[in-house]
Design a protein around this ligand. Structure first.
Ligand SMILES: Nc1ncnc2c1ncn2[C@@H]1O[C@H](COP(=O)(O)OP(=O)(O)OP(=O)(O)O)[C@@H](O)[C@H]1O
Length: 319
């Protein structure tokens, strides 16, 4: 069901779930394989088992039978975030960053980055229990995003966010997928991430069925961008993990799949460092072919930018 040839980020084999002996089976005989870099919607009526499936993938609940394997680190935004934690927002996020193995400085930088991006930098010292529901939800989302996880699970994470924060989360989800993570989400808005979603599944009667065809990996339409950074280096991680050619100091040629070019074009001028986009054009050549790049000048190819860390092995979650 995943893109052909891609590494499965999640594999479920004959998975069943019920909440206790004799309870009804919520999921039954579910087989699923999802590749890294996919952005996958899970749909279905209330009570059908969407959250249950997401909890199994996030490792919050074990399957009652069958097996779930997840490659790499997971992050999860639950449907309900418990705000009664004895932290303020920044303390909580820094603490999580440290648990994830970051240095104190890096944990602080990541926490500040996401609080700022969600527009709550002015409330970082407020205890979580005194934050509004929406602000608390922003913290819930930030804790999942700062992990730079390989598998990001979003269970109605947009609910309660204001429009600006929803847009930030839309962009972050698309960026994570473009950077090589698997993003799995449930949302009541059927238009959520519609342009970026690579596959959708429907839960019902214990089973999972594909809704629409997953995006196939054929020769992919590429965009070629020429950017100038006034002598600065390109940021390390960029949406779509573009292939980079350095033309001269501060001037780069980026090639990115067309489906990621909007995210890249939003990110480049935002910086830091802010890039000036000089030229955008289509290139109908495969990314792996370095010889036919229109607009390529003599310069060394520096390899992909923004690729996610390699999956850190398999984490079986059998019962
Ligand atoms: N911890 C639990 N203990 C017992 N039953 C549970 C538990 N969690 C979920 N259920 C039951 O499992 C079924 C599926 O619930 P789930 O939350 O996965 O559905 P959902 O599709 O996400 O629903 P919604 O759209 O309303 O959020 C429901 O009947 C629910 O009552």
């Amino acid at each position: 069901m995943g893109r052909q040839g891609a590494t499965p980020a999640v594999r479920a084999t004959a998975v069943g779930k019920r909440y206790g002996r004799g309870a009804p089976w919520i999921l039954d005989g579910v087989d699923l394989e999802l590749p890294a870099g996919a952005l996958v919607r899970i749909a279905g009526p209330n009570g059908s088992g969407k959250s249950t499936l997401l909890k199994l993938v996030a490792g919050i609940e074990p399957p009652s039978r069958g097996r779930i394997e997840v490659a790499g680190r997971r992050a999860y935004v639950p449907e309900r975030f418990p705000p009664a934690l004895p932290f303020d927002a920044v303390g909580y996020l820094r603490h999580l960053g440290r648990i994830q193995g970051r240095s104190a400085a890096s944990a602080a930088e990541r926490a500040d980055h996401w609080l700022e991006r969600f527009g709550v930098a002015d409330r970082t010292g407020t205890p979580l229990r005194r934050l509004s529901k929406g602000t608390c939800q922003k913290v819930a989302v930030a804790q999942a995003l700062l992990a730079d996880a390989d598998v990001l699970v979003l269970d109605e994470a947009w609910t309660g966010l204001d429009q600006a924060a929803r847009t930030v989360l839309d962009e972050a989800a698309a960026e994570r997928a473009a950077g090589g993570a698997l993003v799995l989400f449930v949302d009541h808005d059927p238009g959520r991430l519609a342009g970026a979603t690579t596959a959708a599944y429907q839960v019902g009667g214990g089973a999972l069925t594909v809704v629409g065809a997953p995006v196939e990996c054929g020769p992919e339409e590429l965009m070629v961008l020429q950017v100038d950074l006034a002598g600065e280096e390109l940021p390390a991680r960029l949406p779509g993990a573009p292939t980079v050619r350095r033309l001269r100091e501060g001037r780069y040629l980026l090639r990115v799949p067309a489906r990621h070019s909007d995210a890249l074009l939003r990110r480049l001028p935002a910086g830091p460092p802010a890039a000036h986009v000089l030229d955008v054009r289509r290139a109908e050549v495969p990314a792996a072919d370095p010889g036919t790049d229109p607009g390529a000048e003599t310069a060394a190819e520096t390899g992909p930018a923004g690729s996610a860390p390699a999956a850190a092995g398999s984490a079986p979650e059998g019962r």
